[in-house]
Design a protein around this ligand. Structure first.
Ligand code: NAI
Length: 477
C-alpha cells in the first residue's frame, strides 16, 4: 500500500522547501521528493555560489584600488581554487541550515526522481529502487536549467553553462566570452572582469538586461564598458569554432557584418528552461503555455490538486518569487489567510502593482520593484517621478562609488509610490523599503515621515522624494 501524505512537494529548492516548511508549520503531513540536494539551484548552483564569488572577486578588485584610501598593498593575487573552496563552504553552510530546518519541522525527505501518475500517485525512483506515494495535493517545484543554444560548436569542451563554470576549480579564464547579457551574463561578467579576465558579452537584443528600465540598462552598459568589458548588442551568434592556438572563436553578426571574438572559455547565459524530464507519467497530461507549465492565478495546473510554483511555471525566475508562491499555495490549501502579496491594487487604483523586488549584484548593484515610468505609462497611469543622482550622496563620496541614481515613480493624483529603480551600492538591501511601501500603498508624504540615518546610501531615497515634491511644485516642510 502506497504511503499517504497531505502534500507531496517535488523539488527541494527555495520554492519547494519553503512550501514544505510552511505546510509542516500548519500541521500538514508533508514530504519533499528530491533527486540531488536540498536547496535547489539557488543554494547549490545559483544565487549563493554566484554571490560568494562576487564577494570574493570584489575584495580582490577593492585591493587593486586601495591606494585611494591610503591603504598600500605591495603585491596582491588571488587563488581561484581557494576562492572556489570558500564558495563551497558557503554553499554547504547554508544548505546545512535548510537541512536542519526541514528535519526539525518533521518534513519527510524522499530521495529520488519523481514521476506523477494518475490519481495523484507519485512514483519515486530512488537509490533503493521504485516506491509509490499518494497525496491529496502535489506541488511541483522542479525549477529550471540553463538553455544551450543550438548552434554549431555548442558541445565543444570549454563551452560552459553557469552550473559547470561554478563547479570548475582551475583558472582558465584569461579571456571569457559570455553569450547573453541578461542577469547571469552581467553578474558573471562582473566576477571575471574583477579578476582581470578580458570579458566580452554578446547580446542579441539592443540592450543588456532587456526587461529593465532603459536608463538602468544604459547606466550598467556604461559602467561595464568603463571596467574594460567589451559589449556587442544586436549580436547574432552563428557558431563557435575551436582553432589551434586560438582557443574558442565565436562567430557573430552585428547589423549584417560578421565579426569574431577569441577566448579560452564561452559561457552560455541565454536563458533557462523548466525541468520537466520524466515528471509526467503517460497517464498524466499537464497543460503547457509558452514553454512553461500552465497555471492559473492560484498556481493550479490543469490537473485538480496539482500545483506548480517557481521557475518551472513562472517567467520571473527568482528564488524569493518561488518561495512566496509556495507560501501562497500552502496557505490556500491550509485554509489560512495569506501572509504574502505578489501584487497589490492600492486604494482608488485599477492597476495591479507587482511587489517583486528584482536585484542584480553588479557593481554598482541594481534593484527595482513595481512599475518603471514606461510601464506605468503603458498601462495609462499618470505618474510623476522623483530622481536623485548619488554623486552628491555623502556615503557615496566616502566610498568613491558615485555612479548611481534613484528613480521613484509616484501615481500623479494620490502620490502613491508605484515603482522604484535604484542603482548604487547596497541597492539590493535598500529596495526592501520600497517594496514595503508599495505593498502598503504608501504615499510620498508617508515615506517622508521617517528620517533616514546620516551618512547612508538610503538618504538618497529621501532626496529623491524631495525632488518629486520640487518637480510637482510642492514644498515639504
Ligand atoms: P535572462 O533571460 O535574464 O537573459 C538571457 C539573455 O540572453 C537575454 O538578454 C537575451 O536577450 C539573451 N539571448 C538570448 N538568446 C541569445 C542569443 N542567441 N545570442 C545572444 N544573446 C541571447 O536569462 P539568464 O541570464 O540566463 O538568467 C536566467 C534566470 O535566472 C533569469 O530569469 C534571472 O532572473 C534568474 N537569475 C536571477 C539572478 C538574480 O536575481 N540576481 C541571478 C541569476 C539568474
Amino acid at each position: 500500500m502506497a504511503e499517504h501524505y497531505d502534500i507531496i512537494v517535488i523539488g527541494g529548492g527555495p520554492g519547494g522547501y519553503t512550501a514544505a516548511l510552511k505546510a509542516a508549520g500548519l500541521g500538514i503531513k508533508t514530504a519533499i521528493v528530491e533527486k540531488e540536494k536540498l536547496g535547489g539551484t539557488c543554494i547549490n548552483k545559483g544565487c549563493i555560489p554566484t554571490k560568494a564569488l562576487l564577494h570574493a572577486s570584489s575584495i580582490f578588485q577593492a585591493l587593486q584600488n586601495s591606494d585611494e584610501f591610503g591603504v598600500s598593498t605591495d603585491f596582491i593575487s588571488f587563488d581561484f581554487k581557494k576562492m572556489q573552496n570558500y564558495k563551497k563552504r558557503s554553499v554547504k553552510a547554508y544548505r546545512k541550515e535548510v537541512e536542519e530546518l526541514v528535519k526539525a519541522a518533521g518534513v519527510t525527505v524522499i530521495w529520488g526522481t519523481a514521476t506523477i501518475r494518475r490519481g495523484r500517485t507519485v512514483e519515486v525512483n530512488g537509490p533503493g529502487g521504485k516506491d509509490y506515494y499518494e497525496a491529496d495535493h502535489i506541488i511541483i517545484a522542479t525549477g529550471a536549467r540553463p538553455v544551450m543554444l543550438k548552434i554549431p560548436g555548442e558541445d565543444l569542451p570549454g563551452v560552459l553553462t553557469s552550473d559547470r563554470l561554478l563547479a570548475s576549480d582551475t583558472w582558465n579564464y584569461d579571456r571569457l566570452t559570455i553569450i547573453g547579457g541578461g542577469v547571469i551574463g552581467v553578474e558573471f561578467a562582473t566576477i571575471f572582469s574583477a579578476l582581470c579576465s578580458h570579458v566580452t558579452i554578446l547580446e542579441s537584443e539592443a540592450h543588456l538586461l532587456g526587461p529593465m528600465d532603459s536608463e538602468v540598462s544604459q547606466a550598467l552598459e556604461e559602467e561595464l564598458r568603463r571596467k574594460g568589458i567589451t559589449i556587442h548588442c544586436k549580436a547574432k551568434v552563428k557558431e563557435i569554432r575551436e582553432e589551434s592556438n586560438q582557443g574558442l572563436v565565436c562567430v557573430f553578426e552585428v547589423n549584417g557584418e560578421e565579426q569574431t571574438v577569441r577566448s579560452g572559455q564561452v559561457l552560455m547565459a541565454a536563458g533557462r528552461a523548466p525541468c520537466l524530464e520524466g515528471l509526467m507519467g503517460q497517464d498524466v497530461d499537464l497543460k503547457m503555455e509558452h514553454g512553461h507549465l500552465k497555471v492559473d492565478s492560484e498556481f493550479r495546473t490543469s490537473e485538480p490538486g496539482i500545483y506548480a510554483i517557481g521557475d518551472v511555471a513562472a517567467h520571473t525566475k527568482l528564488a524569493h518569487v518561488a518561495a512566496a508562491q509556495g507560501t501562497y499555495v500552502v496557505e490556500k490549501i491550509g485554509g489560512v489567510g495569506h501572509t504574502i502579496r505578489l501584487s497589490v491594487v492600492p486604494n482608488g487604483m485599477f492597476v495591479k502593482l507587482p511587489v517583486v523586488p528584482s536585484c542584480i549584484y553588479t557593481e554598482p548593484e541594481i534593484a527595482s520593484v513595481g512599475l518603471t515610468r514606461e510601464a506605468a505609462r503603458a498601462c495609462s497611469m499618470k505618474v510623476s517621478c522623483g530622481r536623485y543622482s548619488m554623486s552628491g550622496n555623502g556615503k557615496s563620496i566616502i566610498t568613491r562609488e558615485q555612479n548611481g541614481f534613484i528613480h521613484l515613480v509616484f501615481e500623479e493624483y494620490s502620490g502613491t509610490l508605484v515603482g522604484a529603480q535604484i542603482v548604487c551600492p547596497r541597492a539590493t538591501d535598500m529596495i526592501s523599503e520600497m517594496a514595503t511601501a508599495i505593498a502598503n500603498g504608501l504615499t510620498a508624504e508617508q515615506l517622508m515621515l521617517a528620517m533616514r540615518a546620516h551618512p547612508t546610501y538610503s538618504e538618497g531615497i529621501g532626496a529623491a522624494i524631495e525632488n518629486y515634491f520640487e518637480t510637482k511644485g510642492e514644498t515639504k516642510q
